[in-house]
Design a binder for this molecule. Sequence first.
Ligand code: UN1
Length: 500
Amino acid sequence: MAPRDDLNTFLDRIGAGRLELGSGDVLESINPATGARQGRIRAVTRREYDARVNAALERFDEWRMRPAPKRGELVRRLGDLLREHKESLGELVSLETGKIRAEGLGEVQEMIDICDFAVGLSRQLHGLTIASERPRHRLMEQWHPLGAVGIVTAFNFPVAVWSWNAALAAVCGDVCVWKPSPLTPLCSAAVQAVCDRVAREHGAEGVFALVPGGADVGAWISDDRRLPLVSFTGSTAVGRQVAARVASRLGRSILELGGNNGVIVLDDADVDLAVRAITFGGVGTAGQRCTSTRRLFVQRGVAGTLIDRLVAAYGTVRIGDPLEPGVLMGPLITRAAVERFTAAVTAARGQGGEVRYGGRVLDRPGNFVEPTIVLAPRHEEFSIAAEETFAPILYVFEVADLDEALRAHNAVAQGLSSAIFTDSMRAAEQFVSPGGSDCGIANVNAGTSGAEIGGAFGGEKDTGGGRESGSDAWKAYMRRQTSTVNWGRDLPLAQGIQFA
Ligand code: UN1
C-alpha cells in the first residue's frame, strides 16, 4: 500500500475488491501489532471449491499444450506486476504478519526472484536421451505437465511460498489451487487479484485459483483425487495428516514442515559474523520462520564472549510497529502464539534453563514478546529444545568440540536448516560432509534463515523431505515419461528376446 493508504483503496487499486471470493465462513484479518480488525474475506463452500477445481482442470487441458516458453511469458508478466506493486504488497504482508517492512519487501522480492527463475526454466524443462540397446531406436525421457496442484501455505510467508510453487507449476504446465492461511486472507486476495489480471491478459483464466478457508478446505485438498500433487507448508503435526491422506489415494506431496535449526560456533569463528547471523536468525520475523535459529552450540573457549555479545545485540533490538523505521522486531501472529512463547519459557526454566535475556510478554496492545536467550543445561536434559516453538527463543548449549556439537545438533526430529561458524576448513568441510549436518540446508559462515531461491529449499526427517524453489525442484511438478521410438523396419526386443 502507499504509505497510509486505506486498505480498501489498495485492494481496489490492484483489483482485489472485484475478486470472486467465497460465500462461506468469514476470515477476519487482524493486525497482530494492534489487535485491530483490518479487513475480511470469505471462505469457499464445498460447492465453490469444486467449481474452482473444475475450472482449473478445464484450463489445464489447454494450458498443458501451450509451449512452455509461452507459459513463461505469463509468469514474466506476473513478476513485472509484482515489481510494480512491491511496496504495497510488502506493506500488506507486514500489516497481516507483523514482519518488519524490510522483511515484507524481502518476501515480495522472493516472489519476483522465483518468477525470474521460472521464466528461465520455461526454456529448460529438459529430459534425457539415452543410448538404446536396440538398433534404430531412440530412448528418451521427457517431462510432462502433471495436472492441478494443491498449494497450502502458512501465515509466516503468506505470499512467497505460494509463488515458489505456483511460478514453477505454471511454467511446468500445471494449474494451481491455493489455500492460504486463514490468518493472512488479505495477502492472498491481493496476490489473487494480480493473478487474475495476468491470467485474463494471457487468456489463461483458471490457471491460478484461490480457495480460502480453514482446516476443512485443507482436508478437501488432501482427499481430492483431482489433485495429483499437494504442496503443504505448516506444522509437522498437520503435515503428517496431509501426507497420510494424500498417500492413501496414491497422490504425491511436497512437505515443508517444522524446523529446529541449529548454529554451531567454534572457538576459531569470526564472532562478529556469528553475532549478526544469529541475531537475524533468532530475532528476525520474531522467530517465526521455519528457518529461524532456535539452538546454538558454542564451543567453550568462545562461549562467554559470544553470549555477552549476543545479549548486547539483543538489547539493541527495537520492538514495535513493524512499519516504523528502525524497528527490528514486530509482534507474534496471535495471542495463542504468545501463550506458546510463555509456556516454552516456563518449561525451559523448569528444565534448568537460565533466561539470560528477555523472556517476558510486553505490556502493550498487540502480540509483543521479548527476544529471548536461554542458557541451557546439557542437550539431552533439555527436552523443550527438541520442540519447534514459533517464537524468538534461542537455546544456548556449551559444547567441548565439533563432534559433541554435531551429535547434539542432529539429535532432534527436525532437519531443515543449519549453520556453522568457523575459520577451519576442516571443520567446515566436516559439517557439510555426509557425516556432518543432517539438514536439507547446511551453511558455513552464514545463518540458518534467509535462503536464496536459487537452491532447492526443504529439509529432512520431520521437516518432511520436500524440496521447492530452485535447482531441480521443478521435477516434482511434472510427470516423467520414458519413450522408446523405433524408426527402423524391424522389431528387435530388449534383452535380446526372440519371440517367433
Ligand atoms: C519459511 O519460513 O517457511 O530461508 C520459509 C528463509 C526464507 C524462507 C523461509 N527464504 O528464511
